[in-house]
Design a protein around this ligand. Structure first.
Ligand SMILES: Nc1nc2c(ncn2[C@@H]2O[C@H](COP(=O)(O)OP(=O)(O)O)[C@@H](O)[C@H]2O)c(=O)[nH]1
Ligand SMILES: [Mg+2]
Length: 448
């Protein structure tokens, strides 16, 4: 996402940085390029025009014109305006009610059901007791889908098959929540391909009944220009409290993200960045702006790592590494930790210049390789994992068969693992030696 916009803006910035002196003419030229880039990214034309006007007014100010690096200053102005456009700060959820109710609304296929599950997961992690409510009565499959997500997450789902009256479902769900100590209800509602009056009426009735603290519009980032109309329409009918922008991992051009706040005045609260339940993040305008301008989003990366990696585990691993006691089992654990961080692609995308890197490399291949390694280690017995010496030819054939790889591939994994262990032992010795000499060992394995 934002690849093309990002690329174009970075080109323009290269020109801007080179500017020795600022004039109305050369600023106008650069800003025209910025405006075109925004339009191509599907940003609403009024939003793009106002944006450029604001940047221009600030760029022609005395501070910029007289500064030593006027180009840099303009880039900063663009960055700050972009942050403003995206909503300035992260807008959290208001969950003050007991129970608190969240209504998920949006068009068919926008990602309501998936996002309901993702949000439930996130709130559960924050210590709340969510209840997923299946309020899409038109598609039985939608109820199954939500129930499956609930089971996966170990979060209860309120489903009443055969009931056509959404108000009735809502009332019973509220009772169920009270009886079962669930303090946050997430209503997955029906969607249509287009907004129509019966649907809106149903949602309005649901709103009257449950009095939700949050009405979140789930919006597919790929909807492009049309997303502004969708958002305006839903907002007029329901007075939404914010939006969830989904499928930011796809090839959407990103215009929706940039137009939504300006057009409806309502903030984006979360973004969906993949199909998996953990591919979901609170939306941070500042970080998103940096990502768009190719400055990377290291803060999100560190946060994700901190969420996935248990610090005690990390210390224990480090100890083992240093003592050369790192086994195949530990290796498996590390592979799984890595997986918890999300897809490799989404990780690299957070690095400064990461999007450029993604163009060349084949991360899918790398990810498949990880999965194969995991499969091979899983096919070993616990004894074998701790002591690869046991792995004679017969055992190797069994493991290769069990994990669907060739013996050659298994041998290659074992060789590489052996090398890795050697290296770790050396590193451990090196650190010990440095410590004895009183120097500060470059501790490559310690976090922070
Ligand atoms: N890649 C990607 N796919 C998503 C995301 N959110 C939802 N989807 C997919 O979009 C499709 C429709 O989602 P669903 O939740 O059923 O939409 P609903 O009709 O609004 O309930 C499903 O195949 C989801 O897996 C996302 O953030 N990224
Ligand atoms: Mg659905």
């Amino acid at each position: 996402m934002f690849d093309s916009l990002s690329g174009k803006l970075q080109n323009t910035f290269r020109n801007l940085r080179g500017l020795g002196k600022i004039s109305e003419a050369n600023v106008s030229d650069s800003l025209r390029e910025v405006r075109l880039a925004l339009l191509e990214a599907d940003v609403n034309f009024k939003v793009a025009r106002d944006f450029i006007e604001r940047v221009k007014a600030k760029s022609m100010g005395a501070e910029v014109v007289q500064s030593i690096q006027p180009g840099q200053q303009i880039i900063k102005i663009i960055h700050d305006e972009l942050v403003e456009l995206l909503g300035s700060a992260n807008a959290g959820l208001n969950l003050s009610g007991n129970p608190a109710c969240v209504l998920m609304v949006g068009l068919h296929g926008s990602g309501k059901t998936t996002s309901s599950g993702k949000l439930a997961r996130l709130l559960h992690k924050q210590g709340r007791q969510p209840l997923l409510v299946a309020a899409d009565v038109y598609r039985p499959a939608a109820m199954d889908q939500l129930e499956t997500l609930g089971k996966q997450l170990d979060i209860p789902t309120f489903v009443k098959r055969g009931e056509q009256d959404v108000s009735k479902i809502a009332r019973e769900a509220l009772d169920f929540a009270k009886a079962n100590n669930r303090n946050t209800l997430i209503f997955d509602t029906a969607g249509r391909l287009q907004i129509d009056e019966p649907l809106v009426q149903e949602l309005v009735r649901l709103r009257e009944l449950v009095k939700p603290q949050e009405i979140l519009l789930v919006l597919d980032a790929a909807t492009g220009q049309e997303s502004v109309n969708v958002a305006t329409h839903f907002d007029k009918a329901l007075n939404i409290s914010g939006a969830i922008l989904t499928k930011l991992d796809g090839d959407a051009r990103g215009g929706a993200a940039l137009s939504l706040k300006a057009v409806t005045g309502k903030p984006i609260k979360f973004v969906g960045v993949g199909e998996k339940l953990e591919d979901f993040e609170p939306f941070h305008p500042e970080r998103m702006a940096s990502r768009i301008l190719g400055m990377g989003d290291v803060v999100s990366l560190v946060e994700r790592a901190a969420e996935a990696v248990d610090l005690n585990d990390a210390r224990r691993m480090e100890e083992k590494l240093r003592k050369g006691q790192f086994t195949m089992e530990d290796f498996l654990e590390q592979l799984r930790q890595l997986k918890k961080l999300g897809s490799l692609e989404s990780l690299v995308g957070l690095l400064p210049g990461g999007d450029q890197l993604l163009k060349g490399g084949d991360l899918n291949k790398q990810e498949k390789e990880f999965r194969r390694m995991e499969g091979m280690i899983c096919a070993m017995t616990f004894q074998e994992r701790r002591n690869p010496q046991l792995l004679n030819a017969k055992r190797r054939i069994r493991i290769a068969k069990g994990s669907g790889v060739s013996v050659t591939e298994l041998n290659s994994l074992l060789n590489r693992f052996g090398q890795m262990q050697q290296m770790m032992k050396k590193m451990g010795k090196f650190q010990k030696m440095m410590a004895r000499m009183g120097g500060a060992a470059p501790n490559l394995l310690r976090r922070g």
